[in-house]
Write a protein that binds this ligand. Structure first.
Ligand code: SF4
Length: 459
């Protein structure tokens, strides 16, 4: 009998032993379980990484990282111990081959990017930009993006407990890097949040609010609870989604007594008001799904919320193979009860070409995962097209694979086109990475721009 392209096996989740890392050799289980300890011991710079891992990692890695931070990084470094510990889970720094394993690790590839990861020919696509989804243009009030007719995105704060190298909100989120100054909210936080609620009260057509950031795990719990409680008092709001990668990167936070008790109150109020609250999280690799992540996700479900769903990002070197994606989906579904929901194509931000897949590659991955997962848990692969919004990758209207340009249509006006009579007749473009194009396509792009771009602060 010929073996199937993917063979399912239930795999027990494993918490890697953090004591294999020299800097944490004396850390107790109680300390590890503490959200406060996790936040206080995040790796924020090369010195701290060196103190943690020491000589097990070659000097060339530290130099590679230093150069990336100086010349390419769009996000500053912030990696909670929980996430560091999922990198190279089976080796200790003293083991032979640790440096190579660290270089090729799927989580390291997007949480601690280094210069040699990036493309030297086309580090950025010429059409890449900060705020590539034009969210700020669509702010109804500062931080409240009204792109789709019935739903809004509320960016409550510009920070996270962890910073991902590929962050699509690199324009706003995190600390500045040598290349990228961050946009700063002009209004005071409470005024902004109040203005968002006022807007929603006078927008009866909006029924769905994504409460995001940044990451809601960085808002003091009482402030988040009071904002969601106020949302629940608005008649037209029927769906609330709380966006937090911390469920994966800092699950200890979602397991604290304060947060569990607060989520129980919100879930009870939501039930009373017949509103759905869900948590949306962001895992990109099966090794990120550990027993403590599963405990946190199940603790949230036990509060009575509707669901916990995953929105991953497709990243070359992290999850660009069918097997990696299915392993992740089964890890989420089997033991953590997290619903695989979306995989986004990596957005067209600066210096991201080494991560991005082409539309054709993504369509192939969508094809290849079909039929293994239950239909309700089969994730959709999504291209977030500027000025359009999320489209399933097979919804493309036209696709020029030589130039790497796909053309998309839409069926609603975004917040910036309410008076545009032609918005629904136009086609909107999206671009494949140039280094994947046939020579004629690459030549087309070279002829349009003489110096390949590595976008910096002015990008
Ligand atoms: S958690 Fe989300 S918002 Fe925060 S850095 Fe990562 S991708 Fe960006």
């Amino acid at each position: 009998m010929i073996e199937q392209p993917y063979v399912y096996r239930h795999r027990e989740l494993v918490e890697p032993d953090w004591r294999r890392l020299p800097g944490w050799s004396g850390i107790t289980a109680e300390e590890w379980a503490s959200a406060q300890w996790q936040r206080a011991h995040c790796v924020k710079n090369i010195r701290q990484l060196r103190q943690l891992i020491g000589d097990g990692l070659d000097e060339r890695f530290y130099a590679d990282l230093e150069r990336d931070q100086a010349e390419r990084a769009t996000m500053s470094m912030l990696v909670p111990p929980q996430m560091v510990n999922t990198m190279v889970p089976h080796l200790s720094p003293a083991d032979p081959g640790f440096t190579e394993a660290f270089y090729s690790d799927p989580v390291r590839r997007y949480m601690i990017p280094v210069f040699s990861d990036r493309r030297s020919d086309w580090p950025s696509h010429p059409e890449a930009s900060r705020d590539s989804l034009h969210e700020a243009e669509m702010w109804a009030v500062e931080g409240l993006t009204h792109r789709y007719p019935t739903k809004v995105l509320a960016e409550l704060l510009p920070t996270c407990p962890q910073y991902c190298g590929h962050c699509t909100r690199m324009d706003l989120v995190g600390n500045p890097t040598p290349l990228i100054d961050k946009h700063k909210f002009a209004m005071a936080r409470d005024d902004r949040l109040g203005a968002m609620l006022d807007y929603l009260r006078r927008s009866p057509g909006v029924r769905d609010v994504v409460v995001s950031g940044g990451d809601v795990a960085n808002l003091p719990w009482p402030r988040l609870e009071s904002f969601v409680t106020d949302l629940l008092a608005i008649d037209n709001v029927r769906d609330i989604r709380l966006a937090t990668k911390a469920l994966i990167g800092l699950p200890q936070y979602w397991l604290t007594d304060e947060v569990r008790a607060g989520m129980e109150r919100l879930a009870a109020l939501a039930r009373q008001r017949d509103v759905s609250i869900a948590i949306h999280t962001h895992a990109n690799s099966a090794q990120s799904v550990t027993p403590i992540v599963a405990r946190a996700a199940k603790a949230m479900l036990e509060t009575g919320i509707r669901d916990v769903r995953n929105q991953g990002v497709l990243l070359r070197g992290t999850n660009d193979r069918t097997e990696q994606l299915l392993d992740l989906c089964f890890a989420l579904l089997d033991d953590a009860k997290i619903m695989p929901y979306y995989f986004y194509m990596c957005d067209m931000i600066p210096n991201a070409e080494h991560w991005r897949l082409s539309l054709a590659e993504t369509q192939r991955l969508q094809h290849d995962i079909m039929g293994y997962l239950p239909g309700f848990a089969t994730p959709r692969f999504i291209c977030d097209v500027p000025y359009v919004g999320k489209r399933w990758v097979h919804q493309v209207a036209r696709y020029d694979q030589e130039l790497g340009i796909s053309y998309w249509t839409k069926n609603y006006r975004t917040g910036v086109e309410l008076d545009d009579a032609f918005a629904l007749e136009r086609e909107y473009e999206y671009y494949d990475p140039i280094h994947l194009l046939p020579e004629a396509g690459q030549e087309y792009w070279r002829s349009r721009i003489t110096t390949p771009v590595a976008v910096g602060a002015a990008g």
